[in-house]
Write a protein that binds this ligand. Structure first.
Ligand SMILES: [Fe+2]
Length: 447
């Protein structure tokens, strides 16, 4: 029968109590809390609830872990079967189409289908949440902002989920380089709901880009009880605190933070979490900071079982970072070979193919070359892609690790002109960054 969800949208379900559970799961997802228990319980009671299967499949895909793809496919099949049992509506059908093309590897098309769905149903929270993450995975900075901007006026400001829409908008504004407005909007989101961890994250991004490192660290510390408990975004928000502290040179504090919240024995083999560990470790590696063999080996060991998936290129290169930093060039080489094989065995049309070919493989090779001391080779690999690197996803803050690699390679290869050019670019954007200022001093001492 046709019922209404919490956004007053028609939803095909057999009982309002199942729709209430579905709404609870969406609210949990908006908080970045794991809704899988709710969904599993819901599907036990109502196994033909198409949107619950669709939500479950999306969740498996959000992990960016190939090991979860089979479960996502299963839920897609069950959603299709449920759709045949009781005719689903046009909006639900579009979700099925988006899921189906995503599982075929076409993330761009999935993103486009959700965009077109949102034109007709701007209050579809699931389409907003998933579409926003797809924009992030695809590096579509303008659409991170605009997808939300198109929907925002249709939302009632008193709706319990409104703050999360604002939080997404704040992050989109930041990635679209509208930093002051991003800070303002994201802070409004957090004021409405202090547990909006994506909103807190958007404030952190804005402060990072506005060169307000000390304030950023304080902001994250003051709100630790809101972002640091009961959600699967903890390691990433901890990374942002670590990045503020890194600018201030507080190595001991960052390592303690890393051990407790970013990577430790209980982290597991989840690529989207492990890449936060790699992102931090590689920055230390570039700066010749000794973080201890145990940490390096633990991170490399966590990556080893999931390193050559070729499922999301952004993950693959973060595995290479962990291997090179741990001096495990054989595992790094394996990833590079698997990327080459993947390109040989696949054809254009799959998002991962384009990401790997254009960005992922050259970066893996650049990191490997850097580790081997072949700094010119590293430069040769990174320079042609430095302006299109966002095509394989991530944020400005995350991708800065590759820009720093290029700067460091320029210094180590004694290419003063290149180092100067790259620093000019960085100082224009972040004139107060202690890292940039330190490099400027180093440049002055360069022969
Ligand atoms: Fe981030």
């Amino acid at each position: 029968m046709m019922l209404k969800d919490q956004n007053d949208l028609n939803i095909t379900a057999s009982d309002p109590k199942y729709v209430a559970l579905y709404d609870d799961a969406i609210t949990e997802l908006a908080h970045f809390r794991d809704p899988s228990n709710i969904i599993e319980g819901l599907l036990e009671q109502s196994p033909h609830f198409a949107m619950a299967h669709i939500l479950s499949a999306y969740l498996y895909l959000l992990s960016t872990d190939e090991n979860d793809a089979a479960a996502a496919k299963q839920h897609l099949a069950l959603a299709n079967a449920a759709a045949q049992d009781s005719a689903i509506n046009e909006r639900e059908q579009k979700h099925l189409e988006a899921l189906s093309v995503w599982l075929d590897g076409n993330m761009e098309k999935a993103s486009f289908i959700l965009d077109s769905l949102l034109i007709d149903y701007p209050q579809d929270m699931l389409a907003l949440l998933i579409g926003h993450q797809l924009d992030f995975f695809l590096g579509h900075a303008q659409n991170l902002k605009n997808r939300i901007a198109r929907s925002l006026p249709s939302w009632d400001k008193s709706h319990p989920l409104y703050s999360f829409v604002l939080g997404m908008y704040g992050f989109g504004l930041e990635e679209a380089r509208e930093y002051n407005r991003a800070e303002d909007i994201a802070k409004q989101a957090v004021a409405l709901n202090p547990k909006d961890v994506w909103g807190i994250h958007a404030v952190a991004h804005a402060l990072e880009m506005l060169n307000r490192y000390e304030e950023g660290a304080q902001y994250m510390k003051q709100r630790k009880q809101d972002w640091g408990e009961n959600n699967f975004f903890i390691p990433h928000n901890a990374l942002h605190l670590g990045l503020f502290e890194l600018e201030m040179g507080d190595v001991k504090e960052i390592l303690a933070l890393s051990d407790t919240m970013i990577h430790n024995a209980s982290t597991g083999e989840n690529p989207i979490v492990l890449l936060d560990g790699s992102s931090l470790i590689w920055r230390f590696y570039l700066d010749n900071v000794d973080v201890g063999k145990a940490r390096l080996q633990a991170l490399a060991s966590s990556w080893r079982k999931i390193a050559d998936q070729n499922f999301y290129s952004f993950n693959d290169v973060h595995a290479v970072m962990a291997f090179v930093a741990a001096d495990d060039f054989s595992s790094a080489e394996k990833v590079i070979q698997s990327q080459k094989m993947f390109l040989k065995n696949n054809k254009p049309g799959i998002s991962y193919y384009h990401m790997t070919k254009e960005i992922g493989l050259p970066i893996s090779e650049a990191l490997y070359a850097f580790g081997k001391g072949n700094y010119q080779e590293c430069i040769n690999k990174l320079m042609p892609i430095k302006n299109t690197i966002h095509h394989f996803g991530g944020s400005h803050a995350q991708r800065d690790v590759f820009a720093r690699t290029l700067v460091e390679a320029a210094f180590r290869s004694k290419n003063k002109l290149l180092a100067q050019a790259l620093l000019s670019e960085r100082l224009e954007e972040k004139p107060q960054s202690p890292y940039n200022l330190m490099k400027k001093e180093n440049l002055a001492l360069m022969a």
